[in-house]
Design a protein around this ligand. Structure first.
Ligand code: GLA
Length: 402
C-alpha cells in the first residue's frame, strides 16, 4: 500500500477523513477499509509553462480530497458516491468511454480506464465515497486531487503500485482524454509529489523535481479566491496553448528551453503581436521561476515578492489570462506593499478567474486580509475567500482505524 500516514496536526484533513468514513458507512453500510487522500495545489510561480516544456514552482496545500471504500461485491462494477454533490457514479467494465458522463464522473472513468490499461486487465469492482476540503472550481486543482486520490485508492485495493511519475501521467491523461481539458503535468505532479515544508521546482521537460525548503517563521503563503469562475475547458486555455506552440514553430526551435532572449527578439519581426507576447511570457516566466527559487533559498522575500508582481504583469499583458477581479486583488496588494507586510501577489493557475497567491509577513496577515476583504467587497459586492497555507504532504494512504 502507498504507505505514508497522515500528519496528525492537520485538523481540516481529519474532519474530511471523518466525513468520508461516515458517508461511506451511511451509503454502503460497512466500514471503509481503504482511505486515500490527495491534496490541491497552488502554484507560487511559473504559470502556462508546464505544457511549454518550462519550469513551475507549485506546492501541495493542506486541503485534501479523500476517497474511502472497499473492494466491491459486484464483480467488475464500481460505485462511487460523492458526498460533495450527492451523486452516485456507477461504472461497468466495458462502458468506461460512455459519453453520458461529465464533471467529476469523467475523471473517475479516466483514472479507472488508465489503470485497466496499465494492468492489462479490468480493475476489481469497488465501492467508495469522495469527500473534500478543497473548493471546487477555484483553480486549486480539485480535479487533479480527485484523480490522484482515486489512483492511490486503486493502487491500494489492487495491492500493486505504479511509479509516482506514471501515476501523475495517468491522471493527466484522464483529464485530457476523458474530461476534455488539455492541461499540463503540473497539477497531478504536485498532488503526487508534495512534501511538508517543501516547494516543488518542477522541470516539465525532463520531469525532474527539486525540493526547495520553505520553512520561514516570518512569512506565510496567503491564497485569495476571487470567486470569479471560468472553466479551463471553455476554450481559452486551449487557445493559449495553440498560440504559444505556433510562436515556437515560427521561431524554429523544438522546445521553449532552446529559446533565449536573443533568439526571441531576433525573431520578433516573424511573429505577429499575439504570438510574440505569448512566447515572451513563456521565456520570461521560466527565468522568473529560477530567480524566485534562488530568492527563497536565500530568504530574500522582498525580491521573491517583486517577482510575483512581475509574473502577474506578464500573465496579464503578454499571456492575457487575468481578469478584473484578479487584477483588482493584485492592485490592492501593491498598495499595501512590503511596508504593510505584503511582499508580492500574482494570479495563480490557469487564470480567467480563480485565486491569487501571495507572500505575506505573518504578523501582518490579519490586517492585510481585512483590508483586501473590505476593498474587494466594496468594489464587487462579495467577500473573497482567503486562507493561509503551507506546503503539505502529497498523496497518501490513511490508516482507517487509528
Ligand atoms: C491549469 C492546468 C495546468 C497549468 C496551469 C497554468 O491549472 O491544469 O496544467 O497549465 O493551468 O500554469
Amino acid at each position: 500500500m502507498g504507505g505514508k500516514l497522515l500528519n496528525p496536526e492537520n485538523s481540516i484533513h481529519l474532519d474530511t477523513v471523518d466525513r468520508a468514513k461516515n458517508t461511506f458507512r451511511k451509503n454502503f453500510g460497512s466500514e471503509a477499509g481503504f482511505i486515500a487522500a490527495a491534496p490541491g495545489r497552488v502554484n507560487l510561480i511559473g504559470d502556462h509553462t508546464d505544457y511549454n516544456d518550462g519550469l513551475a514552482l507549485p506546492l501541495s496545500i493542506d486541503r485534501y480530497t479523500v476517497i474511502a471504500g472497499n473492494r466491491g461485491k459486484h464483480g467488475l462494477a464500481a460505485r462511487i458516491f460523492s458526498g460533495l454533490n450527492g451523486e452516485l457514479a456507477e461504472l461497468h467494465a466495458g462502458d468506461l468511454r460512455s459519453n453520458m458522463v461529465t464533471g467529476w464522473q469523467s475523471y473517475v472513468r479516466g483514472v479507472v480506464a488508465g489503470f485497466t490499461e496499465c494492468h492489462f486487465q479490468s480493475v476489481p469492482g469497488f465501492e467508495a465515497v469522495v469527500e473534500s476540503s478543497l473548493p471546487v472550481g477555484a483553480g486549486l486543482s480539485s480535479s487533479a486531487a480527485l484523480a490522484v486520490a482515486l489512483a492511490t485508492f486503486l493502487e491500494a485495493i489492487l495491492g500493486s503500485e505504479i511509479t509516482p511519475v506514471e501515476k501523475a501521467q495517468l491522471c493527466q491523461k484522464a483529464e485530457y482524454d476523458f474530461a476534455g481539458v488539455p492541461c499540463g503535468i503540473m497539477d497531478p505532479f504536485a498532488a503526487v509529489f508534495g512534501q511538508s515544508d517543501q516547494l516543488l521546482l518542477l522541470d516539465c521537460q525532463s520531469l525532474e523535481l527539486e525540493y526547495i525548503p520553505f520553512e520561514s517563521n516570518d512569512v506565510t503563503i496567503l491564497v485569495v479566491d476571487s470567486r470569479a469562475r471560468r472553466e479551463l475547458a471553455d476554450g481559452r486555455y486551449a487557445l493559449r496553448r495553440r498560440q504559444s506552440a505556433m510562436a515556437l514553430s515560427t521561431i524554429g526551435c523544438r522546445s521553449y528551453r532552446e529559446v533565449s532572449d536573443e533568439i526571441l527578439y531576433s525573431n520578433k519581426s516573424q511573429l505577429n503581436d499575439i504570438e510574440f507576447r505569448r512566447a515572451r511570457h513563456v521565456v520570461s516566466e521560466c527565468q522568473r521561476v529560477r530567480r524566485f527559487s534562488n530568492a527563497i533559498q536565500s530568504d530574500d522575500f522582498l525580491r521573491a515578492g517583486e517577482l510575483l508582481f512581475e509574473s502577474h504583469e506578464s500573465l496579464r499583458i503578454d499571456y492575457d489570462v487575468s481578469c478584473v477581479e484578479l487584477d483588482f486583488l493584485v492592485d490592492s496588494a501593491r498598495q499595501i506593499g512590503p511596508e504593510g507586510g505584503m511582499m508580492g501577489m500574482r494570479m495563480t493557475g490557469g487564470g480567467f478567474g480563480g485565486c491569487t497567491v501571495s507572500l505575506v509577513r505573518k504578523d501582518c496577515v490579519n490586517e492585510i486580509a481585512e483590508n483586501i476583504k473590505t476593498d474587494f467587497e466594496y468594489k464587487f459586492g462579495m467577500v473573497p475567500q482567503m486562507f493561509t497555507t503551507r506546503p503539505s504532504l502529497g498523496a497518501h494512504m490513511i490508516n482507517p482505524s487509528p
